[in-house]
Design a protein around this ligand. Structure first.
Ligand SMILES: C[S@@+](CC[C@H](N)C(=O)[O-])C[C@H]1O[C@@H](n2cnc3c(N)ncnc32)[C@H](O)[C@@H]1O
Length: 371
C-alpha cells in the first residue's frame, strides 16, 4: 500500500492518532508536501522508494545548511523537514486544540502540519510563520496543491504574528531556548507547546498554560527538532572541530561518563551548561571503549572523557579557556545531591521578567529537600 492509507494504518497501529485528528491524517496527502529531492537522495527515478519514504512514519529532511551550496564532503546541518508524523500527533495531543481555536504555528517547513491544522480548524483560524523565504514559497505551493490557504508569514517566529492575534494555541516546530514574550502577548490565555532546551540537552517538549499573559508549564517527550535558526546550538563533526596540535590539561574522574548523558541528568546539566554539547563516540574495535566529547558552542573549548568498561576512574582532557568536563561534572553532582530528580519534576514559568525553571513536586521519601 503506497498511499496515505498506509501512513494512517501505521499510525493507528501505533495507537498515536487522537480521534479528533483522524480525519486530517486520512485526508491530507503527505505526498503533496514532500519533494522528490530530499536528504537521502533524488528519487525522481525511483517513485516506489520515494512513496515508501513519504508514507512511512519518519521525518523527511528537505533542506541542509539553510539551503546554501554545500560541498559533498562538508558537514550537513539539517535545517528544514517534514517532521515524523507520530511526533506531530504527540505535539498536537499536548496542544489540546479545541474546535474554534485560532492557532499560530512557528516553523511552516513543508506546510504539512499547517494543512492538518487547516483541515481540523478551517484555514481562517491558522497562521504559520517561517523564517526561510525559499522554504515558505514551497510550503505555500504545497498548501495550495492540497487545497488549503492558511495565513502564511515570512518572518522570525519569535515575534509571532501580531495581526492574527489573539491566538488560543501556539505550536512551535523548532527548538527554543526560551519562550518569547511576544507569544505570551499574542496568546495571553491559552496553551503553548514547543521543543525546548539548550545546546547540552534539547530533547523536551515544554507545554505551557497561559493565564493573563503568565505561563506555567512542564517538560515531557523526547523530541529531536531543528533549532530556532536565530539561537542555534553548536554542531559539527569531531574531525572538523578537534585539531591534533591542541593539547589539553589532563586529569582523571571517577564519574562514569555515560551517567551524565542520560536524559534526567542531561536535562538538569543543560540548565546551567547551556552553550556546550556532547557526542559519544564508541570505538569500532569491539572493546566497548568510547570517548565522550564535549564542545563549547563557539568552538573555543573542548573536553574528552575516555570510557573503559569496568574502570574505576576515567582519563579526562580539557582544552581551552573553559573546563567543560568540570562544568558538566559539577552540575551532575548538584543533580545527585538534589536526589536525582526526574525531568518530569521540573516546572517552567514565564512572565514579563523572563523564564524560570524550578523543581516542583516533593522529593521521594528519604530524599533530600530543595535548597
Ligand atoms: C522541523 S521544520 C518544521 C516542520 C513543519 N511544521 C512541517 O509540518 O513540515 C522546522 C522549521 O522551522 C523553521 N524555523 C527555524 N527557526 C525559525 C524561526 N525563528 N522562525 C520561523 N521559522 C523558523 C525552519 O526554517 C524549518 O523550516
Amino acid at each position: 500500500m503506497t498511499t496515505q492509507r498506509r501512513l494512517l494504518h501505521s499510525l493507528l497501529g501505533k495507537g498515536v492518532v487522537p480521534p479528533e485528528w483522524r480525519d486530517a491524517v486520512a485526508s491530507v496527502d503527505r505526498a503533496l508536501f514532500i519533494p522528490e529531492v530530499i536528504v537521502g537522495g533524488d528519487f525522481a527515478d525511483d517513485p516506489e522508494e520515494w512513496l515508501r519514504i513519504v508514507y512511512a512514519d519518519g521525518p523527511v529532511v528537505t533542506q541542509v545548511n539553510d539551503g546554501k551550496p554545500t560541498a559533498s564532503d562538508a558537514f550537513r546541518l539539517h535545517t528544514s523537514s517534514s517532521s515524523m508524523p507520530s511526533i506531530m500527533l504527540d505535539m498536537l495531543g499536548l496542544l489540546d486544540v479545541r474546535d474554534g481555536d485560532r492557532v499560530l504555528e512557528v516553523g511552516t517547513g513543508t506546510g504539512y502540519n499547517a494543512a492538518w491544522l487547516s483541515h481540523r480548524l478551517g484555514e481562517a483560524r491558522v497562521t504559520s510563520v517561517e523564517l526561510d523565504e525559499a522554504v515558505l514559497a514551497l510550503a505555500d505551493r504545497n498548501l495550495r496543491r492540497a487545497g488549503f490557504h492558511p495565513t502564511t508569514v515570512l518572518g522570525d517566529g519569535r515575534d509571532g504574528h501580531r495581526r492574527g492575534a489573539p491566538y488560543e494555541r501556539i505550536i512551535c516546530t523548532c527548538t527554543m531556548r526560551d519562550v518569547p514574550q511576544a507569544w505570551l502577548e499574542q496568546c495571553p490565555d491559552g496553551r503553548i507547546v514547543t521543543p525546548w532546551g539548550s545546546s547540552f540537552f534539547s530533547g523536551s517538549f515544554a507545554t505551557l498554560d497561559v493565564v493573563d499573559g503568565e505561563a506555567q508549564g512542564s517538560f515531557s517527550g523526547s523530541p529531536a527538532f531543528m533549532w530556532d535558526r536565530t539561537h542555534r546550538g553548536g554542531a559539527g563533526r569531531v574531525s572538523d572541530l578537534y585539531h591534533e596540535r591542541e593539547e589539553g590539561k589532563k586529569g582523571t574522574t571517577d564519574v562514569p561518563p555515560q551517567n551524565v548523558i542520560q536524559d534526567d541528568p542531561a536535562f538538569f546539566i543543560g540548565l546551567s551548561v547551556t552553550d556546550a554539547w556532547f557526542r559519544w563516540c564508541g570505538a569500532d574495535d569491539g572493546s566497548g571503549e568510547a570517548t565522550l566529547w564535549f564542545f563549547a558552542d563557539d568552538g573555543t573549548s573542548w573536553a574528552t572523557v575516555e570510557y573503559v568498561p569496568d574502570a574505576a576512574t576515567y582519563e579526562v582532557e580539557q582544552y581551552g579557556h573553559r573546563a567543560l568536563w568540570d562544568e558538566v561534572r559539577d552540575a551532575f553532582l548538584r543533580w545527585h545531591d538534589l536526589g536525582k530528580p526526574e525531568r518530569s519534576r521540573f516546572g517552567l514559568s514565564v512572565d514579563r521578567n523572563g523564564q524560570r525553571v524550578y523543581l516542583t513536586k516533593e522529593a521521594p521519601a528519604g530524599g533530600p529537600g530543595l535548597p
